[in-house]
Design a binder for this molecule. Sequence first.
Ligand code: APR
Length: 251
Amino acid sequence: MEDRYEIAATKLKNARCGVALTGAGISVESGIPDFRSPSGLWSKYDPEEYGYIESFRKNPAKVWRMILEVQELLNNAHPNPAHISLAELERAGHIKAVITQNIDSLHQRAGSVEVIEYHGHARTLRCDFCGQNYLPDMISLDELPPRCVCTGPIRPNFVFFGEPIPTIAHRRSMEYAARCDVMLVIGTSATVAPASYLPYIAKERGAYIVEINPSPSAISETLTDLYIGEPAGRALPLVVEALRRLKGGSL
Ligand code: APR
């Protein structure tokens, strides 16, 4: 009997176009909490008060205090074996892209090249009024919120609830979802639309869905073809190892 890692590896070996969709869970082992687990960010910060663009516009100073806490976590985080395994899979041609809901840049830091940041990123900021872009070291945090020369509040370049997905990221993700024949769904509760539609689009077009998540998600029992109930930092290196074995030693 083949084990789950071997099945996943065989699917990736035969894939014409493998794609990974990642969520906050892939970065938990890098020290960044996810959102909806018991110790997740939304258990500490009410998303109604902190997560919506309206929350930011109503009280930017308050939302900035959460942003600073998250930024501190991001500054101290490093890619873990799951991020590194995905970069290896891309280099070896077994996946073509990573679509991530994360804003932490850990995929790029691990060496992934084709990374689609579905919810934006935390590397740069912009004025919420005029759109002027800023690098973090260009702004003063002595008073919150930091303000643009036009007086508008500056905000990170990630997506709040209630905002549209960046157009290019959305279009490319839809294309990859429609084109892939294997989708790895890793560390996401698959509850936040429209990112949560991507596995459905992939499946509808015939893709095989491999899911890696220690706790079952919204799709585990309905959409997933192969469920691996382990932390990503343990499971993905085992998938890579199984793939190496199948290919006779090298990836
Ligand atoms: N390995 C893999 N998965 C894990 C791990 C781990 N080590 N630890 C936790 N998980 C799983 C959890 O079981 C959960 O199913 O990761 C998932 C994280 O789910 P959420 O907290 O809902 O995060 P995500 O799916 O990325 O949220 C989507 O919601 O608040 C917004 O914009 C935010 O991008 C985010 C979006």
